[in-house]
Design a binder for this molecule. Structure first.
Ligand code: UDP
Length: 345
């Protein structure tokens, strides 16, 4: 099998390519702006990498969409601070560039596995978000946070429509707060543009306060990346074509925690880490308003929990890694990276 992964150096891309090269005989073609997360994969004989921008290297992409069996277009801006500060960039990259890829998959009859997002459910009031029945609830236009959700939702609808017309073999995945090594760059966290777990780890390292937006009562279900990759591998293999024409939530409903719980748990794990057990002090945990943290274009999601009944029924998938272990693995990887780069000094 030949696979094209666009955004292969990203959080999901780098973990996926490593798993594929280790466990399968597939050939992988990948593109990304950077290669810093790819490690040994870069030198693997079955991995063919081009450093470049998907908005520029259009011919390379079209050629490989034609040549490959399956495409995973993982390029996207996926951090809430960017939705609020750079909404047009989010639309151009996440929607416009990806629409072109979707259309080329239609043109060449190539299967697509598209990363939708748990963000598409927005402020859905249901306890468990279901791929096929839940209502999607977004805020007003001036709350620019929703541009990402809306862009992803419209692409989901376009892909679905091509599928209904029999023009596209697709699967959509909706990751729910995946965490793990290389989640974001610590430098991005420094600018406030990273996901919450990376942000808190950076705060702990720099002895800055951990900031709970609006008290940190909002809840998420944190999912360990390797559990997510297990599911994605089954989707790529597509036994009995079980994944065709389906949307799958990929999350761990058992790992639900409030942002406040997350902050205390991470600080506790940090305190017990061998490199930090003797630190003279640790980050405070303080509260800030959403307006102060993100500006006025932000609106939060109180709770986001997946139903994973479909992934279990059709793919036989269940997540295995509990919250504490997931955070421990993530923290250990970040602290090792920080040590290597001399971040603490
Ligand atoms: N958050 C926070 N402090 C931070 C960063 C994020 O309280 O320093 C909150 C944020 O408001 C949101 C949750 O943590 O409610 C998860 O944020 P993340 O950026 O990981 O993305 P989301 O799950 O909202 O897509």
């Amino acid at each position: 099998m030949k696979i094209l992964i666009l955004g292969v150096n990203g959080f999901i891309g780098n973990a996926l390519v490593r798993r594929i090269l280790q466990n399968r005989d597939w050939e992988v073609f990948g593109m990304d702006l950077h290669s810093n997360k790819l490690g040994d994969s870069l030198h693997h004989p079955r991995f063919h990498f081009l450093e470049g921008d998907i908005a520029i290297n259009k011919e390379w992409i079209e050629y490989h969409i034609k040549k490959c069996d399956v495409v995973l277009p993982l390029v996207a801006i996926a951090t809430p601070m960017a939705y609020v500060k750079k909404p047009l960039l989010v639309f151009e990259l996440d929607f416009e560039e990806n629409l072109r890829i979707v259309r080329q998959c239609v043109k060449y009859g190539t299967r697509i596995i598209f990363p939708s997002s748990s963000e598409v459910y927005g402020m859905c009031p249901e306890e468990f978000f279901d791929e096929d029945t839940s209502t999607m609830v977004l805020g007003p236009i001036h709350k620019q946070r929703w541009i990402y959700s809306c862009s992803k939702q419209l692409l989901d609808r376009v892909i679905w429509a091509y599928g209904q017309e029999g023009k596209l073999q697709f699967t959509m995945i909706r990751p729910f707060n995946w965490i793990g090594p290389k989640l974001d760059d610590l430098d991005a966290a420094k600018e406030g543009s990273s996901r919450v777990v990376t942000q808190f780890i950076l705060n702990l390292l720099q002895k800055e306060p951990i900031r709970l937006v609006d008290g940190g009562f909002q809840k998420r279900c944190f999912t360990y990346v390797e559990d997510g990759i297990d599911c994605l591998m089954t989707i790529i293999e597509n036994p009995g074509q079980a994944a065709d024409g389906q949307i799958f939530n990929i999350g761990n409903p058992q790992n639900e925690a409030s942002v406040k719980d997350l902050a205390y748990l991470l600080r506790d794990l940090f305190r017990h880490h061998p490199d930090h057990v003797h630190d003279s002090h640790y980050s405070q945990i303080i509260e800030v308003t959403a307006d102060d943290y993100y500006g006025q274009g932000y609106q939060d999601i109180t709770s986001r929990k997946p139903s994973i009944e479909k992934a279990s029924r059709l793919l036989g998938w269940e997540p295995k890694t509990d919250l504490r272990t997931s955070l421990q693995f993530t923290l250990d990887a970040f602290l090792a990276e920080a040590k290597e780069k001399n971040w603490e000094s």
